[in-house]
Design a protein around this ligand. Structure first.
Ligand code: KG4
Ligand code: ZN
Length: 344
């Protein structure tokens, strides 16, 4: 078929995502999140996420079929995230996808989660087609990666990634230090709205000249988190009240600054005037604003898919498999497993 009907399964972190696409057209995108169950732990608990996927998969598949008006037997191919992500969480999706593909007697496509995030852009019906090459910055609770995309199906290069915490994870941890609930991103955002982003000069990880030589496109947020913790501790020890808004705004500025600076450095170095943003942290308006403003000044065009396609979802996984099918790529054999560190 020239326009394959693909069902995609995404279970790499805490979202059970089922997406159905036909060619490049989005038919349904259902997401069940176990975020509430992780809230009391202040972060995603792998075992809890895996169990939640097991419970959510069947009803999510049914909901996606209903939403799209598609019969399961009409599906041409099954796609699944095989990595990177949480091993136990990935295994649940991979097992379900294999079972589905075998029982339907349809081809199965194992795809990379990060490349899937890039493929999400294809489903943005309002945007002109994605042009190559493009630099992609993917920021979520589980990853912070900078990629050079020369072709979605054949040539995606990882330029750099976080050496420790993901950007979203840093938001979650700093929120906790400030006594704000999980997930921390939206909470920090809210608190920062009335704060001064220049109040406290928090460190920009891996940004010194010596770091830029070796880790030009890599990120580090654990030092920033520690700096915030130290700053708060010192004030508390002195009996001072913590200016939550200023800490939140200054922390957010440090994260945004380093993300945008490194993404635009990648654009400049590779002479690529296009930057694609993805991942749940893109919900941060300050990040979007600073990226657009500084990209504009550098002659770089920024693309941001709708947020429902930026956060982890199954539609992006189906979209990538659909591209692979249309480009003539053979399906995966059933021999693959979940690979928590799968390279792009
Ligand atoms: O892609 P995503 O929905 O899923 C996972 O990573 O699993 O990203 C979730 C992450 C969380 O760490 C959350 O705190 C962060 O994205 N996040 C934000 C904002 N909204 C969500 N971070 C900064 N600012 C936001 N407005
Ligand atoms: Zn993701």
């Amino acid at each position: 078929a020239s326009e394959p009907l693909v069902l995609g399964i995404e279970t790499s972190c805490d979202e059970t995502g089922i997406g159905i696409v036909r060619g490049r057209t989005l038919l349904s995108n259902t997401i069940a999140s176990s975020m509430d169950e992780h809230a009391r732990y202040g972060g995603v608990v792998p075992e809890v996420a895996a169990r939640a996927h097991l419970e959510a998969l069947q009803p999510s598949i049914e909901a996606a079929l209903t939403e799209s008006g598609v019969a399961l037997t009409d599906v041409d191919a099954v796609a699944v995230t095989s990595g990177p992500g949480l091993a136990g969480a990935l295994m649940v999706g991979v097992g379900a996808a294999k079972a589905l593909a075998v029982s339907l007697d349809r081809p199965l496509y194992a795809v990379n989660h990060l490349v899937g995030h890039i493929a999400a852009d294809i489903l943005d019906a309002g945007a002109p087609p994605l042009e190559y090459p493009t630099v992609a910055l993917l920021v979520s609770g589980g990853h912070t990666s900078l990629l050079l995309v020369r072709d979605l199906t054949t040539d995606v290069e990882l330029l750099g990634e976080t050496m420790d915490d993901a950007a979203g994870e840093a938001f979650d941890k700093v929120a906790r230090l400030l006594g704000l609930p999980y997930p921390g991103g939206p909470e920090i955002d809210r608190a920062a709205a009335v704060g001064d982003p220049n109040a406290i000069p928090f460190p920009r990880g891996l940004s010194r000249a010596s770091d830029m030589a070796k880790h030009r496109y890599d990120f580090s947020f654990s030092g920033l988190k520690t700096a915030v913790a130290r700053w708060i501790e010192l004030r508390q020890a002195a009996g001072e009240t913590i200016p939550v808004a200023d800490v939140a705004a200054s922390f957010r500025e440090a994260v945004v600054d380093v993300l945008v600076t490194k993404a635009l450095a990648a654009c400049r170095d590779h002479d690529v005037p296009r930057l694609l943003l993805g991942g749940g942290v893109i919900a941060n308006k300050r990040l979007r604003d600073v990226a657009i403003e500084r990209a504009d000044a550098a002659g770089v065009t920024v693309r941001i898919p709708p947020l429902s396609l930026c956060t982890d979802n199954g539609a992006m996984i189906a979209a990538l498999a659909s591209e692979l099918i249309m480009s003539g790529r053979p399906p995966s054999t059933l021999a693959f497993g979940a690979d928590s560190t799968l390279p792009v």
